[in-house]
Design a protein around this ligand. Structure first.
Ligand code: AHR
Length: 489
């Protein structure tokens, strides 16, 4: 008896074990008519570190294992050649017989030799193999309207590649030329005037957009360029786990405090997008111009022993939870957010794929894109959620977030539980009936990673702890998990 009393007292000293199971109350509405653009699931590959060379491209060949992995998650588009590299890239260096291509210096990233063996045709081949659209970032910083026009002519007139997604510069407020917004907007209009729409290849021109919360940049773009002279306006937002550029924090060794803080920083993108949207709405109430978050992701310190410029970082379950939360935010804002590109696909920042020699692993973030691929080009179902809060120190996030969509009669709901300790019961009203199935991505700890020795520590498995009865969907979301539920009528 005495030992039982001691046991109860001991247990209840732990705040997590004493809390009753909490519930998230959710409503999932009818189709809003808004499509979740497949471009939200875009990727990014820059001539940076081992992104292209010894990444996508090894020993003069495109890696089929990477291609196959990206085909499986239905990558819709791939942004290339940068990033900052784009504004120093001269496309003619990367065409013609490889042995005749000039060797240049990658002055943006590490002063490494760029042998230009991966150029325009190799990129187009890569996109063809993946089955995705190319999204090319053109050079405004050290290029000219003529050079950009010639590139488009080479692609869309001479070779009939039908490239449509076209970035006019990258981070023109920073590495793309340290421009003021007024100066860049004039340049954008100048360049855009000479970029041809060849038959069958209507360009979707993307304005180089703001850095995070630089709302003035967006205001000037809307005023001076406006919604009718571009397809999209970009926005770059990175999540730094410490909230600082340096040190950003380790990719693998971090505390619960830093875990929660990373999520707070990641969720901040919702507020930032909302502000940019308000500005865009004033000039473009019909939402003609897409907001394209063409660089986003969790950016940590590099792995020990790797050069800083190469930005090679591991990828944990925390990063997958941040990605899943961010993609839910993008989906729920799909009326304006019609494109996004995770930085970056292979071996750089929040990668989908890591390589070592000829080995390859899929990161936890890769599996999120696998779970979410059903949302691509599906109709958004609006959601409302009353979620328990997950607090740590000064930081608080909503424990549960989600998005939902319908396509070809199938309803897909992606749910995230960010709480590191509590499973949360989800109670959702939904106007769908049928057969329910589920998949889950989770692991024991938020620092868990996939390694070359243990490539499947964090992976997707079947999820069965959910029920659908009379338009009521219930599920128990384990701590630190991403769940996809599918309803087949
Ligand atoms: O993704 C790495 C770099 O981050 C890109 O080159 C640049 O656009 C951004 O600052």
């Amino acid at each position: 008896m005495r030992s039982k009393i001691i046991f109860i007292v001991t247990v209840c000293l732990s705040p997590y074990l004493c809390r009753a199971q909490e519930t998230a109350a959710i409503t999932i509405g009818d189709s809003s008519g808004v499509t979740i653009s497949k471009y939200i699931y875009g990727q990014f590959a820059e001539h940076l570190g081992r992104g292209i060379y010894d990444g996508f491209y090894r020993d003069g060949h495109i890696r089929t294992d990477i291609v196959n992995a990206l085909r499986e998650i239905k990558v819709p588009d791939l942004r290339w050649p940068g990033g900052c590299f784009a504004d120093q890239y001269h496309w003619r260096d990367g065409i013609g017989p490889k042995e005749e291509r000039p060797k240049t210096v990658n002055t943006t990233w590490g002063m490494v030799t760029e042998d230009n063996s991966f150029g325009t045709n190799e990129f187009m081949e890569l996109c063809k193999e993946i089955g995705c659209e190319p999204y090319i970032a053109g050079n405004v910083g050290t290029g000219s309207p003529q050079e950009m026009k010639d590139w488009i002519t080479y692609l869309n007139y001479d070779h009939h590649y039908h490239v449509s997604l076209w970035g006019v510069g990258n981070e023109s407020w920073g590495c793309g030329g340290n421009m003021t917004p007024e100066y860049y907007a004039n340049l954008y209009n100048h360049f855009a005037a000479f970029l041809p729409d060849y038959p069958g290849s209507h360009l979707k021109k993307v304005i180089s957009g703001a850095n995070g919360d630089d709302y003035h940049w967006t205001e000037v773009m809307m005023k001076q360029v406006g919604p009718d002279n571009a397809w999209g306006l970009s926005l770059h937002y990175y999540t730094f786990p410490t909230g600082k550029w340096k040190p950003r924090g380790s990719a693998t060794h971090f505390s619960e405090q830093e875990y929660v803080h990373t999520l707070v920083e990641a969720e901040n993108i919702d507020t930032i997008i909302a502000h940019h949207e308000r500005i865009m709405d004033r000039y473009d109430p019909q939402k003609k111009l897409a907001l394209m978050i063409d660089e986003w992701g969790v950016w940590t310190d590099v792995e020990p022993g790797t050069p800083g410029y190469a930005m090679y970082q591991q990828n944990s379950l925390r990063d997958a939870l941040a990605a899943a939360t961010t993609l839910n935010i993008f989906n729920n804002r799909a009326d304006r957010v019609r494109g996004a590109n995770l930085a970056q696909a292979v071996n750089v920042i929040q990668s989908l794929i890591l390589t070592k020699g000829d080995k390859m692993i899929r990161t936890p973030t890769y599996w999120v894109f696998d779970l979410y691929k059903d949302h691509q080009d599906a109709k958004l179902l609006p959601v409302q959620v009353q979620s328990p809060l997950y607090n740590y120190g000064k930081d608080t996030v909503k424990a549960v977030n989600l998005s939902a969509s319908i396509k070809d009669g199938l309803t897909h709901v992606t749910l995230v539980n960010l709480d590191a300790h509590q499973s949360i019961r989800v109670n959702a009203q939904i106007k769908a009936q049928g057969q329910l199935s589920g998949q889950i991505l989770t692991s024991k700890h938020f620092t868990d990673i996939n390694t070359f020795g243990h490539p499947e520590t964090v992976k997707i498995v079947r999820f069965t702890d959910a029920k659908l009865n009379n338009n009521e969907l219930t599920a128990n979301l384990p701590p630190i998990s991403v769940v996809e539920l599918t309803i087949k009528p």
